[in-house]
Design a binder for this molecule. Structure first.
Ligand code: HEC
Length: 129
């Protein structure tokens, strides 16, 4: 009996430590971005499609003059996005926490951050004649 309780307790403790490590890992991904965030950018792409962001902002976050502004390349910081998405009262519908979790939004941000810039026109010979 005593042993079982102890085991349960240590199982709980290790789960807690595991959670801490996962959070630390997620924060490291957010902080270092780039290649390390490939996995969450991948999830973010799914989230971006699932939550319909693409319908107004385009699949590449390129935006459209009619439906919604450009989000990428160079997305605004995650903190800005979160405040905007939770509070907006304009044309764009708000996305509350229960609809789009902070983690899902962080993944979407990673996806937007992973979208490369278009080439500089100076590197395209045809445009420099
Ligand atoms: C129904 C169309 C629509 C959908 C769906 C939509 N947006 Fe928007 N979004 C807009 C419009 C329009 C604006 C410009 C502000 C406004 O009028 O509300 C905007 C603004 C934003 C901004 C602020 C841009 C800036 O530079 O200030 C962010 C960030 C953003 N959207 C992210 C998202 C994300 C992420 C999703 C999906 C989870 C999403 N939007 C879904 C229409 C949409």
């Amino acid at each position: 009996m005593h042993a079982t309780t102890h085991q349960a307790r240590s199982k709980r403790a290790s789960r807690f430590i595991g959670l801490g490590l996962n959070l630390g890992f997620a924060i490291a991904l957010l902080a270092f971005g780039g290649a390390a965030s490939a996995q969450s950018a991948e999830k973010g792409k799914e989230g971006y499609v699932k939550h319909g962001c693409w319908q107004c902002h385009g699949f590449q976050g390129q935006g459209s003059a009619i439906t919604g502004p450009k989000l990428a390349p160079d997305p605004k910081p995650l903190a800005f996005m979160e405040v905007f998405l939770r509070n907006t009262k304009g044309t764009m519908p708000p996305y509350y926490q229960h609809i789009l979790s902070k983690q899902d939004l962080a993944d979407i941000h990673a996806y937007l951050a992973s979208i490369p810039k278009g080439p500089d026109y100076k590197s395209i010979p045809l445009l420099n004649q």
